[in-house]
Design a protein around this ligand. Structure first.
Ligand SMILES: [Zn+2]
Ligand SMILES: [Zn+2]
Length: 285
């Protein structure tokens, strides 16, 4: 089916074709050009205004075409107006209130429109959809930027932690080196002490095998038994260790040999005798 766009006009009178009156409907002549019927009737020369070919009035053909249901100019003007408003919402600094207001208004307008053949309507629909996607992308972009900033901060903190850990590690390595050196020194001291101990041990063995010039030490007896032994003529019994005459006391020297009497007899008080240090020799043994 052939349709006539609402913007189509007669090339003579420049009026849009109209189906309201038969005079303004499109009519074709022999050359194929189309004009409104009133203009063809008014042409005196019977020649086509465009190609100058002759035509006969009785052979003018009425065209059976349909009128396009495209939106009228008012609708298109509103489409263009909304299109410009939508285009003004694309900058990033446009407030959400402004965007939501325009989008809501356009959606209300689009709900009243059902003609998909109108180019301005298609452009308006595409622009609103594009604006919606663009605003979503801006929100996602903002969220991604925040996420990136957060990750950058985390990386920065990790670097700081890593730096601190390296400082601790270096200090620990230094301390470990210091302790290792101390350990080596202590091991050297220990080896020296061991050799010294071996030397003392050898000296002690040598001294043990030396012949003791003193007579063998007397057998140890208890002081209680000493009273039963034969005492010297002047004193036959000793009831306390302090009463034992010094010439009967044998004291062990630090080198193991024995000497007669206490090492350092006290002038006022008698030496305190211990049972394991005091040897009492019977004068008759
Ligand atoms: Zn005309
Ligand atoms: Zn013509």
């Amino acid at each position: 089916m052939l349709v006539v766009h609402p913007s189509s006009t007669c090339d003579v009178c420049l009026d849009p074709y109209s189906w309201a009156t038969p005079e303004n409907t499109p009519h074709a002549i022999a050359c194929g050009h189309i004009f409104c019927r009133s203009c063809l009737h008014l042409i005196l020369e019977q020649r086509c205004p465009l190609c100058r070919k002759a035509f006969q009035e009785d052979r003018i053909k009425k065209l059976h075409v349909d009128q396009c249901n495209a939106p009228n100019d008012e609708h298109q003007n509103r489409d263009r107006e909304y299109l410009s408003q939508v285009s003004l919402c694309f900058p990033e600094d446009t407030s959400d209130e402004q965007v939501n207001g325009v989008v809501g208004e356009v959606h209300q307008w689009l709900a009243t429109r059902s003609d998909d053949s109108c180019m301005t309507l298609k452009a308006l629909r595409a622009a609103v959809e594009g604006l919606h996607k663009y605003k979503l992308l801006i929100v996602e972009n903002l969220r991604d930027k925040n996420m990136i900033r957060k990750h950058v901060r985390a990386v920065h903190e990790l670097r700081e932690d890593n730096r601190a850990l390296r400082a601790v590690e270096n200090a620990a390595v230094l301390k470990c080196t210091e302790l290792t050196e101390q350990l080596e020194k202590m091991e050297q001291d220990c080896a020296a002490l061991r050799s010294e101990r071996a030397r003392y041990h050898a000296e002690l063995t040598r001294l043990k095998h030396l012949s003791n010039p003193l007579p063998p030490p007397p057998r140890q007896i208890h002081l209680e038994r000493a009273a039963s032994l034969t005492a010297p003529s002047s004193q036959s019994t000793w009831t306390t260790p302090a009463a034992v005459p010094s010439y009967l006391i044998y004291t062990q020297r630090p080198d193991g040999s024995y000497m007669q009497g206490p090492i350092a007899p006290e002038p006022e008080t008698a030496p305190v005798l211990r049972e394991d240090e005091t040897q009492i020799r019977s004068p008759h043994r």
